[in-house]
Write a new protein. Structure first.
Length: 87
């Protein structure tokens, strides 16, 4: 479904780093964007690369918490977007 007007696109928490070639994902996204649209990308510091950088354990815990809060939040966001897009 296409939405009229200006759209905002969002990548949370370094999700681009999960792709083998992140640039390909950005090119795909760009093909669906209009000049007035906006893109916000959240990033993390590389594990231990900088003073105070996050460890691998920190990153895993942030995106795969034992209580399932992150998963529940993500699934709820996807369900909401699908409802809004009438999918």
């Amino acid at each position: 479904a296409r939405f009229a007007g200006r759209k905002s696109f969002l990548f949370l928490g370094s999700s681009l780093g999960n792709y083998d070639v992140p640039e390909d994902q950005l090119r795909l996204l760009a093909r669906h964007m209009e000049p007035e649209d906006r893109l916000l990308i959240g990033v993390d510091t590389p594990p231990s690369a900088l003073s105070g950088g996050k460890t691998e354990q920190d990153l895993v815990a942030a995106y795969n918490d034992a209580a399932g809060v992150t998963s529940a939040f993500t699934l709820n966001a996807l369900a909401h977007v699908n409802r809004r897009a009438d999918l």
